[in-house]
Design a protein around this ligand. Sequence first.
Ligand code: DAH
Length: 340
Amino acid sequence: MIEGSLAELQANALARIEAARNPEELEAVRVEVLGRKGSLAAVSKDMGKIPAEERARIGKLLNSAKQTLETALAARQEEFAGQALGARLESEWLDLTLPAPGIRPGSLHPVTQIQEEIEDLFRSLGFTVLDGREVEDEYHNFDALNIPADHPARDMQDTFWLDGGNLLRTHTSPVQVRGMETLPLPLRMIAPGRVFRNESVDASHEHTFYQLEGMMIDRDISVANLIYFMKTLLTAVFRREVTVRLRPGFFPFVEPGFELDIQCLICGGPGCPVCKQSGWVELLPCGLINPRVLRMSGIDPDKWNGFAFGLGLTRLVMMRYAIDDIRHLMGGDLRFLRQF
Ligand code: DAH
């Protein structure tokens, strides 16, 4: 009798263990069957009523049923644990080949990019790249460039004066002078760098901006040489043929002096807001070096001559990317700069 109900109890319990849908249901079965007040415990209590000769056999059966159920229970528990682990691994899965979200690769500022491109170009043309100083003396920034103290050209550049006659350089032209003082002739040099003017800031003016100066001194340099190098430069920067024109321009350190304009790259000539409807954009002041400037730096103008130019790097970047406000470019707003 007891045998039969034990077998039924075991079969029932096994079926319920199998059918349990989650660890909670499984635990309920365990308590009901194997718990202290469970059905197996109830059977063992009844052992006393079993005749002595039967007791050992039934006891064995009871133990084996208990073991079978415990094993099945443990297996099912393990299955649930495995499923839980699988689900957790799935939800916490990381693709370690993706770039880490916290670190953004940086990039060079567009002014630096254009500066490096132009440096590479001029190096390939035999030019030396010179590094000037941002704190200059009055002599190199003005006098040696044929801009004496009483000359009105000084007023064209609102200057940040420092103590002791020094100043924040207003242009990269003083590096020309330092080049003439130190390099052997013939010479080819460029000098990119930061310059400063006491300007009020608006869409096209900043107190701090970038220029790139260039100078070539050799025998029999003419305006044709100047135009050749300037066209080579602009074609490389804009990656297409550009149309240029020269207008007379006054700078005390060149004679003749020019403003080199390029045909507007935005509209191609008919006129637009960027070129102020003129079809041309002023980009590159330049000229043949004034013999007085050569002489002041100890170079004989009867033997040597040359050309010089001063490129507005910031302006050039604005032109290349059609940026209509200098403050976007120099304001340090990373949302803007990350585009480049
Ligand atoms: N230094 C001048 C300025 O910032 C620009 C310039 C004009 C540079 C003519 C030159 C040059 O080398 O030849 O206004």
